[in-house]
Ligand binder design. Structure first.
Ligand SMILES: [Zn+2]
Length: 308
């Protein structure tokens, strides 16, 4: 073995290969953080030198709290979390895998301060991915859209984000996900804005349609909880049809199945102006104003108001 090969062998892995992530979770020192309904196995990759561990633990606690309140318990029985140190003052790139157990790889800046962790949405987003069964590649828009839609709602309900900020993000983001002239149905879409914000629009529409179809007795959260309970999270593979059927059974409607069939296979333009107006979300020169006389204002409030 030459000197170059030896140096390569001894270098800390970058963890780009998810097998290296799983190996780190299995072989490096682990902190087990008990959750209601499960546990988080936290590993600081190669010790993550320079990262403020106390801040990291507090930040993990808040993200776990947000998803636990949303699902009624921590959504994964065993969740591995690999924190990788990097330069900078913010939370960086993250990816969640399921094939060898629910696990997230996330980069954290050594200079990230308390405010940077409080601002972070990425870890909550990744935990939401871990909560749902994995889907085939063509349905990536359902997964990214779901985490994009629910993350700010879950954080607002737990008191980590203002209601105004939740809806400001939707007002700014969702129009970017609308189909262009050449776009077809959502299945197989690869464009970033379509995957994340077009997908989020699907789930907001599902939210409104479930409330209407059930006479206000159910919300998308009931469907999400059922899907989470039945699957156990992203270490299992489901079809989109299976996911929609499980959600529909929980709300006593066929809302998700119908909406999925429409969005997946054909170009759907959503009248976002009407949708936001019905929820009483008004854009006044870039500021979000709430109209509590709007027909679905009560639904908007029930979604993002801080829960007791
Ligand atoms: Zn994502």
């Amino acid at each position: 073995m030459g000197a170059a090969a030896l140096a390569q062998t001894n270098a800390a892995p970058t963890y780009e290969d998810p097998d290296d992530l799983y190996a780190a979770l299995a072989n490096q020192p682990v902190e087990r953080i008990a959750q209601a309904g499960g546990e988080i196995a936290l590993v600081f990759a190669d010790g993550a030198p320079g990262v403020d561990r106390e801040r990291v633990r507090a930040w993990i606690g808040q993200a776990a709290d947000a998803v636990t309140r949303y699902f009624g318990r921590f959504p994964v029985q065993h969740y591995g979390l690999l924190v990788i140190a990097q330069d900078g003052d913010s939370v960086g790139h993250a990816t969640t895998f399921g094939y060898a157990g629910s696990a997230t790889r996330i980069h954290v800046g050594r200079s990230a301060d308390t405010a940077a962790f409080a601002r972070d949405w990425i870890l909550t987003h990744e935990m939401l991915h871990a909560a749902l069964p994995d889907l085939p590649r063509r349905a990536l828009w359902l997964q990214e859209g779901n985490a994009t839609y629910i993350e700010p709602i879950a954080r607002a309900r737990a008191g980590y984000l203002s209601e105004r900020e939740v809806w400001r993000q939707s007002l700014v983001g969702m129009p970017k996900g609308e189909p262009g002239p050449d776009d077809d149905g959502m299945n197989g879409t690869k464009r970033w804005a379509r995957l994340y914000w077009g997908g989020a629009t699907f789930w907001l529409q599902a939210e409104v349609d479930i409330a209407r179809a059930s006479g206000g007795r159910h919300s998308l959260r009931d469907a999400m909880r059922a899907i989470n309970r039945q699957s156990g999270g992203n270490h299992v593979d489901w079809t989109p049809e299976q996911l929609m059927a499980a959600g529909d059974a929980a709300t006593g409607t066929n809302t998700l199945t119908r909406l999925y069939t429409r969005f997946a296979g054909q170009r759907v333009v959503t009248d976002l102006d009407s949708l936001f107006a019905s929820l009483g979300i008004v854009d006044r020169d870039g500021d979000v104003v709430f109209d509590d006389a709007a027909p679905l204002a009560h639904l908007r409030r029930s979604l993002t108001r801080r829960a007791a």
